[in-house]
Design a protein around this ligand. Structure first.
Ligand code: NDP
Length: 304
C-alpha cells in the first residue's frame, strides 16, 4: 500500500510512519519542510519513504491508496488572537488542500480512503456529562475549531471512505502533553491539579496509531470514531498514577500556574476535560494494547 501522511513529522505521525514502514508499506511524507523531514526520518528508510513539500503534495496523493491527515499547529501554546487563528487556519488549510487534491484526482489515481484527525475538544468540556460519537458539539473555541476542521474533511467526494478520528489526550514519551507534564511532576509532586474531578480521556500513542492504521485498512472504519481508551479517568487519578510511576508522592499538588506555564492555554484540555467513550471502536472490535492508564504510564516509563 502507498500511504500519504500530512503531519507525518509530528508526535503521532512519526510513530505511524514507523509502523507503516515496518509493515512494508510505502509512505509519502507530506510536509512543509523537506529539511525538517530529513532530520526526523533516517536515510535508512529511503526509498520506501518519499518526502514531498507542499508543491509536490498533488503528485504524491495521486496514486496513493490512502491519505492520513494529521497536520496542525500545536495547541499547547499561549493563545494570542493570532495564534488562535493559526491553530484553526493550519488545520483547515491542510485539510482543504488534501480534500481538493483528492476530489480533483482522476478516478484511477484517487485514494480510496481519507483518515483525518480531529479531537475530543469537539464535545466541549464537562465534569458530569459522558460523550460518545453521537453526542453534540460543545460551544467553546476548541469545539468550533473541530467542527470546522471536520466540515472541511466531510467535503471529500462520497466515493472516498472517510474516517474522522476524534483523538483524546495522547500519552507517549516523546511528545504531547505527557512529555511536558513529567518534568513538572519531577519538580513538584504527583498531586492533583485543581479539584482533580475533571475528566481525562487519554489514549496511548501505540493505540491511536493502531486505530489510525486499522482505519486505513479496514473498510468498516468510517465516519466519526473516538480515538480514546475505554477507561477514561478523573484527573486526580491520572495525577496519582503518574506520581506513582515517576516516583513522586501524590499529596502535594502540582500548581495550576505551573501547568499553564508549560502548556499555555492548551492546558485547558487537561484542566477542564471531558469524559469520552470509544463506542465505535468497541463496536468495530478494536483491540487496545493499553485499556488502563496505569499500564499505559508504566509502559511509557519503561521506554528507552
Ligand atoms: P504535532 O504537533 O506533533 O505535529 C503536527 C504536524 O503538523 C507537525 O509535525 C507539522 O508537520 C504540522 N504543522 C505544525 N504546525 C503547522 C502549521 N502552522 N501549519 C501546517 N502544518 C503544521 O501533532 P500530533 O502528532 O500531536 O497530532 C497530530 C494531529 O492530531 C494534530 O492535528 C492534533 O491536533 C491532533 N490531536 C493530537 C492530540 C495529542 O494529544 N497529540 C490530541 C487530539 C488531537 P510539518 O512541519 O512536517 O509540515
Amino acid at each position: 500500500m502507498v500511504v500519504s501522511v500530512t503531519g507525518a513529522t509530528g508526535f503521532i505521525g512519526r510513530r505511524l510512519v514507523q509502523k507503516l514502514l515496518s509493515d512494508n508499506h510505502k509512505v509519502h511524507v507530506l510536509t512543509r519542510s523537506r529539511a525538517k523531514a530529513q532530520l526526523v526520518f533516517s536515510a535508512d528508510n529511503f526509498p520506501k519513504l518519499v518526502i514531498a513539500e507542499e508543491r509536490e503534495w498533488e503528485q504524491s496523493i495521486n496514486g496513493s491508496n490512502a491519505v492520513v491527515n494529521l497536520a496542525g499547529m500545536p495547541i499547547s501554546t499561549r493563545w494570542s488572537p493570532e495564534i488562535k487563528k493559526e491553530i484553526k487556519r493550519s488545520r483547515i488549510n491542510a485539510t482543504s488542500k488534501v480534500v481538493d487534491i483528492i476530489n480533483n484526482a482522476k478516478l484511477d489515481l484517487r485514494p480510496s480512503v481519507l483518515v483525518s484527525a480531529t479531537a475530543i475538544g469537539y464535545y466541549g468540556t464537562s465534569e458530569t456529562l459522558v460523550f460518545d460519537e453521537n453526542s453534540r458539539s460543545g460551544n467553546d473555541y476548541l469545539s468550533e475549531v473541530c467542527r470546522e476542521w471536520e466540515a472541511k474533511a466531510l467535503e471529500v467526494d462520497n466515493d472516498v471512505r472517510l474516517a474522522l478520528i476524534r483523538i483524546g489526550v495522547v500519552l507517549g514519551k516523546d511528545g504531547g502533553a505527557l512529555a511536558k507534564m513529567i518534568p513538572l511532576f519531577m519538580m513538584f509532586a504527583g498531586g492533583p491539579l485543581g479539584t482533580g474531578r475533571q475528566w481525562f480521556s487519554w489514549i496511548h500513542l501505540d493505540d491511536v496509531v493502531n486505530l489510525i492504521y486499522e482505519a486505513v485498512r479496514n473498510p468498516s472504519y468510517k465516519g466519526v470514531i473516538n480515538g480514546t481508551a475505554p477507561n477514561p479517568v478523573r484527573l486526580s487519578e491520572m495525577c496519582e498514577q503518574l506520581g506513582q510511576v515517576v516516583g513522586r508522592p501524590s499529596w502535594l499538588p502540582v500548581p495550576e500556574f505551573a501547568l499553564k506555564a508549560v502548556l499555555g492555554e492548551g492546558a485547558s484540555v487537561v484542566l477542564e476535560g471531558q469524559k469520552v467513550l470509544p463506542l465505535k471502536a468497541k463496536e468495530l472490535g478494536f483491540s487496545y494494547k493499553y485499556p488502563y492508564v496505569k499500564d499505559a504510564l508504566e509502559a511509557i516509563m519503561r521506554e528507552p
